[in-house]
Design a binder for this molecule. Structure first.
Ligand SMILES: Cc1cc2nc3c(=O)[nH]c(=O)nc-3n(C[C@H](O)[C@H](O)[C@H](O)COP(=O)(O)OP(=O)(O)OC[C@H]3O[C@@H](n4cnc5c(N)ncnc54)[C@H](O)[C@@H]3O)c2cc1C
Length: 455
């Protein structure tokens, strides 16, 4: 008897499909070569956030005197940081494994290859399904000709280091590069970032990128933007990046954080007639591949490579297979957080994208500075909240920078995805003193009645 659904890959996208499908009464096989939880749980979101939390603790101790608390940072014990990180992963992994078995999902360990539109081969076993969902995820890319090894590493190896690099060079000023640059700095390293585009956090609103650059400069993080790599060399003591400009940047390790490629090679996808673009699996807006009953979810589908996008896609695919009709996901409505210090959180269109889409005259923006926000002052953080809105119409985007603003993205995404108008939000009461209040203040300013802000 074929399964109702065979899911290939037990990461965020794949396991969400399996869990939701089982909830809807479908008979599911989940094929996983390594551990359920995938990149996010074992090599991505969770370990990096555990390390960033340890980094925040280090900063708090270092700055304790300013708050009248006597404490001295005696050092970072990387063995203990790693034990803490692994403890978090292990607890979550145990919980997730329990969920998978508890919901009656059949976990098939092993490497799967798509051998027919309705079958995946795992070793000697042919696993057949009325539907097949592909969620094989992604891998850390490198630059052409730049081999990973020795002092040159990706986030996979950087997460396993049992020491703190003293002078790491980070290639790439996107989310992953910024998070490592931030945590290593908090651990006492002298970090240098090399980014090919004109700004750090190049996918964010430019106002955010510029504020981040100022904050990073203040933290002593060096960076070169618009800098293209010509060559990388390493010896037993150091690694040197030579830029096309002739400048050189030398460090003890090089973290290559230049993006992630889809893991779709040699899995039988092309042989079964799937439409691939630079390795990504092309689908319609319902995530159907157009071949048999094959669907795709997560990082192999072009778009934002985020765990919560994978969860939502997996849930939606399971529901469609079960005969429900959830609406397609709107990519710009997916919240995005970079957990460096200061944090960046955004949802919706940035100012440039909004102007391009709706025309210059149709857009209004406001920036509310966290200097006027009581809780942010208590936390001693700087930053702002920027709202991009259609004049007389709904809010199109919210962009935030400052310590802990990632926690504000929940309200921001409701505002954008429910297409609220500034006046709708300006009427709502925000608890005082919270950082959340700054969102309320931004909307009061946009509605023409700022309270704690100069008009
Ligand atoms: C350092 C880092 C930090 C990150 N931080 C965040 C963050 O803070 N927030 C966020 O939202 N996202 C973050 N991400 C991104 C997030 O991890 C991914 O978007 C998410 O894991 C993608 O889920 P997925 O299901 O598509 O693939 P994956 O999680 O990569 O899972 C794919 C799974 O499929 C298995 N597999 C692959 N091929 C086969 C095969 N042929 N047979 C059997 N099994 C197979 C793999 O073993 C893996 O377990 C981070 C990523 C990294 C690297």
């Amino acid at each position: 008897m074929p399964y109702d659904v065979v899911v290939l890959g037990g990461g965020s996208g794949g396991y969400a499909t399996a869990l939701r499908g089982a909830q809807l009464g479908l008979n599911i096989a989940l094929i996983e070569a390594d551990k359920v939880g995938g990149t996010c749980l074992h090599r991505g979101c969770i370990p990096t956030k555990a390390m960033l939390h340890a980094a925040e603790v280090a900063d708090s101790v270092r700055e304790a005197g300013a708050f009248g608390v006597g404490a001295q940072l005696e050092g970072i014990d990387m063995q203990q940081v790693n034990r803490f990180k692994q403890g978090v992963i292990d607890r979550l992994y145990k919980g997730l494994s329990g969920l998978v078995s508890g919901r009656g999902v059949t976990l098939v360990p092993g490497w799967g290859t798509l051998v027919a539109p309705d079958a995946v081969q795992v070793g000697e076993d042919r696993i057949e399904g009325k539907h097949v969902v592909l969620g094989t995820g992604s891998y850390a890319k490198s630059l052409p000709g730049l081999e990973i090894g020795g002092r040159v590493m990706t986030s996979d190896q950087a997460l396993e280091l049992d020491y703190i690099p003293q002078h790491p060079v980070v290639l790439g000023g996107g989310v992953i590069g910024l998070e490592f640059a931030s945590l290593w700095t908090s651990f006492g390293a002298k970090v240098q970032i090399v980014e090919g585009l004109p700004h750090l956090a190049p996918n964010e609103d430019e106002a955010i990128s510029k504020t981040l650059e100022r904050s990073f400069r203040k933290r002593g993080i060096g960076f070169k933007v618009g800098a293209m790599v010509a060559e990388v060399t390493q010896d037993e003591n150091s690694v040197t990046v030579t830029l096309q400009s002739g400048d050189q940047v030398t460090g003890d390790i090089l973290l290559v954080a230049v993006g992630r490629g889809p893991r779709t090679q040699d899995l039988g996808y092309e042989a079964q007639g799937l439409n691939l673009d630079r390795g990504f699996v092309l689908t319609d807006d319902r995530l159907r591949t157009g071949v048999g009953n094959i669907w795709a979810v997560g990082d192999i589908v072009p778009g934002l490579q985020l765990a919560h996008r994978g969860f939502q896609q997996g849930i939606a695919v399971a529901e469609r297979i079960a005969g429900l009709n959830p609406p397609p996901l709107i990519e710009s409505g997916i919240p995005r957080v970079t957990y460096c210090e200061p944090e960046i959180a955004s949802v919706g269109l940035n100012e440039v994208a909004a102007r391009q889409r709706h025309g210059d005259g149709a857009i209004e923006t406001v920036e509310y500075n966290l200097a006027g926000n009581g809780k942010s002052q208590v936390l001693q953080t700087q930053g702002f909240i920027k709202v991009v809105s259609l004049k007389g119409g709904p809010v199109l985007g919210i962009h935030m920078i400052g310590s802990r603003v990632g926690e504000l993205v929940g309200e921001a995404q409701l505002i954008v995805n429910w297409e609220a108008h500034p006046s709708d939000v300006a009427e709502l009461v925000h608890a005082h003193p919270t950082q959340d209040e700054a969102i309320g203040e931004a909307f009061m300013a946009l509605a023409g009645k700022p309270l704690h802000a100069h008009a």
